[in-house]
Design a protein around this ligand. Structure first.
Ligand code: LMR
Length: 405
């Protein structure tokens, strides 16, 4: 009976956003959800998105008919170029297939569903500890088991590379590993290229399956190709793999749900036939879940990616976002060092991408929320874009106070 359905907890991130909105303090600061804010703490519509929107509105050919099940081809083709590399052997050898999805979440879900149905290896998916909270439930919801591998080193506030390698070694052969392609969420800590090389070697030896999640391309190094280096490297190494790609952050199209799922098979004579069969199964799954993906966000992205001038303007917009985040990292670190806040603060500038994993405990996070009206997730993650010239000192002082108590 219906009254046996238990109450589920509120989503921690959206619950935090709700609490922030309800707070009436004029000093409140939102460092919660990973969404870019400008220097006035306001959402930023990228100027290039405004332009693309204008182009779309003036196109009399466009209507609101259904798109194809796999999405808009001019979008998925360019999305593949961007993350797999336009000169990728996977594309040249016709062994990749791409489907437009409901942003990154939909791409992770489609991949999870496909693997739950067809993957012949292990049923356990290993995610980093910590990872984006949603990973756990997306994989569990399709009947896969989720386990974790060590990732964050509490003392160095960097990568626990030894722990990570050991876990990859000890996992049963053919396990699925979720890897953040760049700008790891929530820690802001990425493996170096040498470390990726070692990870790939272990995964090859163990026949593990790489499941890349790429939500922040353009936010790590500021260079799109460099941010996709790990994906490119694994493909060059001949892995069969999948990639979930989001355009929420790098196009500021959060609510439009523009994303893409890519599957790549290993080099083989029959690879084009294999990938065509995989694509056909993905299309069935897509049709039964969402029928066909939404048009607007993908049209915006496609307009930009297919026009060299708009593309460079987009890169410029990306640099504006990543540049302001880097400035805020330095500002926060210097304020804390000026205040002589106990502890070391180099990790604030060492970490990259949208987030910083401050090292603050849950009790400290809650105290800062109550006393200073600063909202961050309980694990001590802050969205760097929530900081600006007007609130960075206020935040540093709140951290200083709580650390000294
Ligand atoms: C985040 O981690 O803040 C973002 O990825 C937003 C989300 O959907 O969880």
């Amino acid at each position: 009976p219906a009254n046996l359905v238990p109450q589920a907890p509120e989503d921690p991130l959206f619950g935090l956003a709700r609490e922030y909105r309800a707070d009436e303090s004029p000093y409140k600061v939102d460092l919660g959800i990973g969404a870019y804010r400008d220097e006035n703490a306001k959402p930023w519509v990228l100027p290039v998105v405004h332009k693309a929107d204008e182009i779309l509105r003036n196109n009399p050919e466009l209507n609101h008919e259904y798109g194809p099940i796999a999405g808009i081809a001019s979008f998925t083709t360019k999305a593949a170029d961007l993350i797999l590399g336009s000169d990728s052997p996977a594309l040249k050898e016709s062994r990749a297939t791409s489907l437009q999805t409901i942003s990154g979440t939909g791409a992770v879900h489609l991949g999870a569903l496909f693997l739950a149905k067809f993957y012949q290896g292990g049923r356990t998916v290993y995610v980093s500890n910590p990872t984006w909270g949603n990973h756990h439930q997306i994989f569990k919801n399709v009947g896969l088991t989720v386990d974790t591998y060590p990732y964050f080193h509490k003392e160095t506030k960097g990568l626990d590379f030894e722990g990570m390698k050991e876990a990859f070694q000890n996992a049963p052969d053919h396990s699925i590993f979720v890897l953040h392609a760049c700008a790891h969420n929530p820690t802001g800590v990425d493996p170096t290229q040498d470390q990726w090389t070692e990870i790939a070697a272990i995964m090859r030896e163990k026949n593990h399956f790489p499941f890349f999640d790429c939500a922040y391309q353009g936010f790590a190094s500021g260079n799109l190709a460099r941010d996709a280096w790990a994906v490119h490297y694994f493909i060059e190494q001949g892995f069969e793999l999948v990639v979930a790609q989001s355009f929420a952050k790098n196009f500021g199209l959060y609510g439009e749900r523009a994303g893409c799922f890519h599957a790549v098979t290993s080099p083989a004579e029959d690879a084009p036939q294999t990938i065509a069969r995989i694509g056909s199964q993905l299309a069935i799954l897509q049709r039964s879940e969402i029928s066909n993906p939404p048009l607007y966000g993908a049209r915006i992205v496609s307009t930009v990616l297919n026009d060299p001038e708009l593309f460079s303007e987009w890169e410029e917009n990306l640099r504006t976002m990543s540049g302001r985040i880097i400035t805020m990292r330095s500002a926060l670190r210097s304020k804390l060092e000026e205040l002589e806040t106990p502890g070391t603060w180099n990790h604030i500038t060492d970490q990259i991408g949208m987030f910083s994993f401050t090292g603050l405990s849950e009790a400290q996070v809650m105290k800062i929320r109550e006393e200073a009206h600063v909202y961050m997730t309980k694990n001590g993650r802050i969205s760097m874009a929530g900081l600006n010239d007007s609130n960075v000192e206020y935040f540093a002082k709140a951290v200083d106070k709580v650390v000294r108590e």
